[in-house]
Design a protein around this ligand. Structure first.
Ligand code: DP6
Length: 349
């Protein structure tokens, strides 16, 4: 017999960034972070997990290609889920699995991204969140989403925020074992559904410094990171929660842009400095800043992760259309140039 479970998890974009760990193995951050989860029909991962007594070892395929599950991050997630597995009975198939049996059973995992991995948008966040959620479903784990988020966190920090829709806070926690470092939903996806997110794919090249390596180097060398984590982010988190609660776009945009810029300033303050944004990223920032200034109040917020692609958040659909027109005018997409496509909802140009 074979039993399967499938899950679908969208990626999330941080508006107050996670950058820096206080514990590398458990993946515990130096500050709280806040993100918005994309609509599940857009950038997302779909994962099917299967279990059968005939499977000889744990195996995984990503977009149809076999990948190794031996890494510590995968192993930690598998161990945590197996440790919480419940009894399972499928009378139709005549299957009965007891808690203790899960330790001996192997799983096969098949995971697909609904966006080209080469687009530079591939994110470990959706991947690990989806893996943990699908495994929990298969193994009848009776934990709530926040508890599961603490497991996904051990796969990739940002993954813990993808277990919820809407706006999500990853609470850094204080405990040494990391049990209180988990995600909570601030508001669901209906709370602020005017917002439209456009991703300008500035470069599809693989980033030179991974987030994991980059943040390790920043923790070791940047004095600005320490100041940011201790003095800036705690206040910013409260202000951002307030802005989201009140759907106050002006404050939301100001905080989002300031936090992205500070995160990239920390990267520059790292030794040797890390450059994630390129000239096109900088030109997009100038274009948005200029537009927001001419309008007298913010229309669009920008945020950049560990790469040059711009995530642009428009206050409503009308603004998003205007934004796209401006982007197409100033940055016409041409194959093999620095700016080659835009992803808006389910449409790519
Ligand atoms: C810039 O979650 O990819 O996107 O925990 O080492 O896997 P690891 O790092 P990761 O870092 C994401 C960093 C970021 C900001 C964010 O998403 O908050």
């Amino acid at each position: 017999w074979v039993l399967t479970a499938t899950a679908q998890t969208p990626t999330n974009i941080a508006v107050i960034k996670y950058w820096g760990k206080r514990d590398e193995t458990l993946i515990l951050p130096v500050n709280d972070s806040i993100s918005v989860t994309l609509d599940p029909s857009h950038l997302c991962t779909t994962t099917t997990v299967a279990v059968s007594p005939t499977f000889q070892q744990d195996r995984m395929w990503l977009n149809g290609k076999e990948v190794s599950l031996s890494g510590v991050r995968y192993q930690n997630c598998l161990r945590e889920i197996r440790g919480r597995a419940g009894d399972l009975e499928d009378k139709e198939k005549g299957i009965k699995i007891e808690k203790k049996d899960w330790e001996k059973l192997h799983v096969h995992v098949s995971s697909y991204n609904n966006f080209p991995t080469a687009a530079g948008l591939a994110s470990s966040a959706a991947g690990f969140a989806c893996l943990v959620f699908a495994l929990a479903k298969l193994m009848n784990v009776k934990e709530d989403h926040s508890k599961l988020s603490a497991i996904a966190r051990q796969g990739s920090g940002s993954a813990c925020r993808s277990l919820f829709g809407g706006f999500v806070k990853w609470v850094m926690g204080k405990e040494e074992d990391g049990n209180d470092s988990l995600a909570v939903q601030l508001v669901d996806e209906k709370h602020w559904d005017d917002l439209v997110i456009i991703i300008a794919v500035v470069s599809s090249r693989q980033k030179e410094t991974s987030s994991t390596t980059g943040m390790r180097e920043s923790v070791e060398t940047s004095l600005l990171l320490k100041h940011r984590a201790e003095e800036i982010v705690p206040k910013r988190i409260l202000q951002m929660e307030e802005a989201i609660k009140n759907r106050d776009f002006a404050s939301f945009a100001q905080l989002t842009c300031a936090d992205s810029n500070q995160f990239h300033a920390v990267c520059l303050d790292t030794s040797p400095p890390i450059f994630y944004m390129n000239d096109t990223s900088h030109r997009i920032i100038s274009c948005v800043e200029k537009w927001n200034r001419t309008e007298g109040s913010p229309q669009v917020a920008y945020t950049f992760d560990a790469g040059p692609n711009a995530v642009l958040i428009a206050r409503d659909r009308k603004t998003a259309t205007q934004l796209l027109q401006r982007l197409l005018f100033h940055f016409p997409p041409k194959p093999d140039t620095d700016l080659n496509s835009y992803v808006i909802g389910d449409k790519s140009i």
